[in-house]
Design a protein around this ligand. Structure first.
Ligand code: SF4
Length: 261
């Protein structure tokens, strides 16, 4: 099937955090009590994300499903910015899946050294290329069950590839940002990413599964940051009762460029 990247459309500029909300002391917010209140709150969370992050997409540069799969494998424990510096040279040196399948692991490891865990990642890249050639006719598979047989592709990676490269909503990408913010917004009480994904899939309409995770990732990079959430400038303030909500001050935002991961 033709490679499709539905979210590579021109996107509306994401507003700087300073424009999202004035810096004011964050509100104390009551928890929803009924199922109807919880449902309404989840809908409101989606509305806020749609308002502020309408057309966001995956930050990993790629021109094909294979390149996105490879970039996602490299992104484990590494910033997207770092991966985007490594992949142009990597894809130039190994332009096809077969080129990667026939590469020497030691050499690939050296090519991707700066992304960390380079020996394991090189093994996964070569293993993924060989598997795709041997079992899937040289095409990245377009369903979860087959993708999960590809070395280096667990559910998160498979969801990234299916959602962003093929526009297939098989699940919700749960990375560290999605995990943290889903917990802060009380969309899950779980720690395990697979269980968090299940919780999100139950609460969100299927057509939102792909975009929602991209929105939370951007929201997590710009505003709901791990150690110092910028609650004072957060558009989710009136919906958030997180225990680590910064109730004392509005923390001035940094520029998105200063916070790449
Ligand atoms: S920045 Fe995060 S913790 Fe703070 S109000 Fe917003 S969602 Fe809640």
């Amino acid at each position: 099937m033709r490679y499709l990247s539905p979210f590579r459309m021109p996107s509306k500029q994401v507003a700087e955090p300073t424009e999202l909300h004035p810096v004011t002391p964050p509100k104390k917010v009551a928890k929803p009590k009924t199922a109807a209140e919880r449902k309404a709150r989840v809908q409101r969370i989606q509305q806020v994300l749609d308002e502020h992050f309408p057309n966001v997409t995956c930050a990993l540069n790629h021109k094909s499903a294979w390149q996105l799969l490879a970039a996602t494998i490299l992104s484990a424990q590494c910033t997207d910015e770092r991966v985007n510096k490594v992949t142009p040279g990597l894809f130039k040196k190994y332009p096809t899946i077969s080129d990667m399948a026939n590469a020497a692991q030691e050499e690939v490891a050296n090519d991707i050294r700066s992304t960390g865990f380079f020996n394991n990642k090189a093994k996964s890249l070569i293993g993924a290329a060989r598997k795709i050639n041997s079992d899937f006719g040289g095409k990245v598979p377009q369903n979860m069950d087959e993708l999960l047989t590809v070395p280096g592709a667990a559910r998160k990676t498979a969801n990234v590839v299916l959602g962003t490269a093929f526009g297939i909503a098989a699940g919700v990408v749960v990375d560290t940002h999605v995990q943290r913010i889903s917990q802060r917004l009380d969309l899950t009480k779980n720690e395990d990413p697979v269980k968090i994904e299940q919780d999100l899939m139950k609460q969100l309409p299927t057509e939102k599964w792909i975009l929602f995770s991209h929105q939370l990732i951007h929201f997590g990079r710009q505003i709901c940051i791990a150690r110092k959430p910028r609650c004072g400038t957060c558009p989710m303030d009136s919906l958030c009762y997180a225990s680590d909500k910064n109730l004392a001050i509005g923390v001035p935002p940094r520029s998105p460029a200063a916070n790449p991961s």
